[in-house]
Design a protein around this ligand. Structure first.
Ligand code: XMP
Ligand code: MG
Length: 175
């Protein structure tokens, strides 16, 4: 990896888009018991901004997932390393994730959470690398669709670095 990462979406552009998403979510969940489930760690910044943009009440909980196998790409064999603390049966659940790439992780998570019989289950992703899908997966809310590049910042990391960056940046080279 070399140099300063190149900005793809600035803090200001992100703020505007997150406000739009929060507005849509507020309208569609008005009067419902909304539980927002963040996928750690990548979603933490997006989720923090999203919930503060809502004008309806919600509760929050978190899961942490790990993929079996080596490498930076998903194997599709996922496990939960930190489970929800909330019983989601009968709840309106909105999963919030940083990015959908192959779709393997979110397809697995949705299937797993569906078995717990929530009243409804939708997914909100900050970024969508739609060209990279290996299994069919469509998020209900998408911040931005992006081309196939490795991105960091706004919660997204490369080897745990760059999560703190307020902008989304492209890493030109992955060492
Ligand atoms: P799948 O392929 O299962 O995986 O949809 C989604 C997970 O892959 C990681 N991922 C990225 N993380 N920059 C990142 O920081 C990226 O460009 C990127 N692409 C995929 C991420 O952990 C996500 O949850
Ligand atoms: Mg992630």
């Amino acid at each position: 990896m070399e140099g300063k990462p190149e900005i793809l979406f600035s803090k200001t552009v992100i703020e505007g888009r997150v406000r739009e998403l929060a507005g849509r979510i507020s309208g569609e969940y008005a009067g419902k018991n909304l539980l927002i489930v963040g996928v750690l760690k990548g979603a933490f910044v997006f989720m923090a901004d999203l919930v503060r943009g809502l004008d309806i009440p919600c509760r929050v909980d978190f899961v942490r997932l790990a993929s079996y196998g080596a490498g930076s790409t998903s194997s599709g064999k996922v496990r939960i390393t930190k489970d929800l603390e909330t019983d989601i049966a009968g709840r309106h659940v909105l999963v919030v994730e940083d990015i959908v790439d192959t779709g393997l992780t979110l397809a697995w998570l949705v299937e797993t959470l569906r078995q717990r019989q929530p009243a409804s289950l939708r997914v909100c992703v900050f970024l969508d690398k739609s060209q990279r899908r290996q299994v069919p997966f469509t998020a209900d809310y998408v911040g931005f669709t992006i081309p196939d590049a490795f991105v960091v910042g706004y919660g997204l990391d490369f080897n745990e670095d760059f999560r703190f960056l307020p902008d989304v940046c492209v890493l030109r080279e992955i060492a």
